[in-house]
Design a protein around this ligand. Structure first.
Ligand SMILES: [Zn+2]
Length: 234
């Protein structure tokens, strides 16, 4: 059941659970949905009181929720750390192109989402592959394969066989940040752990790694908030 509780911006979904022993309050970081699980015999007024008592915590959680950003003409999307406004190309020009403050897409209005994704993916491959190759020269082990994916939880990975995975969304981050992730994964070819030797190599190849790691911690979620599927208004 859903409740609108005074002073709460969002409705709260209250679930009575047979096996619940206590009140459990959750705020979804993606949707901002608030849910409260309560024991079967607990009263709604007790639930409301619990919510009121925890209102500050709920508000703090809601402040951290990053709204999803759907693509349309005029939307700003970061490319290599710089916000670019999505515009459509004139008919006589072919292919997407990146300008200082604009991303010009060669498509129709309804294709803006998928085409932005197509551009970012392609741009990530163009920019990151040379950086991967360049850094790989500093390690003995050879790279077996490079894959560009969009994984929910990771920015990159490296298998013991030498397969690298890089999240293509990183192309939206500032150059120093995506370079750090490449260096991090390439360094795993040498050391399959996060030991002192590993970080020493990362630091040698990319001295600003601490700041870039902090940037990802602070802003990484924003890069994941962009939705490239066309938004359905109906
Ligand atoms: Zn690692």
């Amino acid at each position: 059941m859903f409740f609108f509780i005074e002073d709460f911006q969002n409705s709260v979904n209250i679930n009575r659970r047979k096996r619940a022993r206590r009140f459990t309050l959750r705020v979804c970081q993606v949707t901002g949905n608030i849910s409260l699980t309560i024991p079967l015999r607990s009263s709604i007024s007790a639930a409301k009181k619990f919510l009121k008592d925890n209102q500050n915590w709920v508000n703090e959680q809601l402040n951290q929720v990053i709204p999803k950003a759907y693509m349309s003409i005029g939307t700003r999307v970061p490319v290599e750390g710089i916000e670019r406004e999505i515009c459509l190309k004139k008919h006589h020009q072919e292919g997407h192109s990146l300008e200082e403050r604009k991303l010009l897409l060669d498509c129709t209005e309804s294709e803006v989402g998928v085409m932005t994704k197509e551009f970012l993916f392609g741009h990530a491959v163009d920019v990151l592959v040379p950086i991967i190759k360049q850094n790989a020269e500093h390690v003995i082990k050879k790279i077996k394969a490079v894959r560009f994916k969009d994984t929910k939880s990771r920015w990159g990975s490296c298998s013991s066989e030498g397969s690298l995975m890089i999240n293509w969304r990183l192309i939206m981050a500032p150059p120093s940040v995506y370079r750090y992730v490449v260096v991090h994964e390439v360094s795993h070819l040498e050391y399959m752990n996060h030991g002192a030797e590993f970080w020493k190599l990362v630091k040698t190849l990319h001295p600003s790694y601490l700041e870039d790691r902090a940037w990802l911690r602070n802003h990484g979620r924003k890069l994941k908030s962009f939705v490239f599927e066309t938004f359905n208004y109906s």
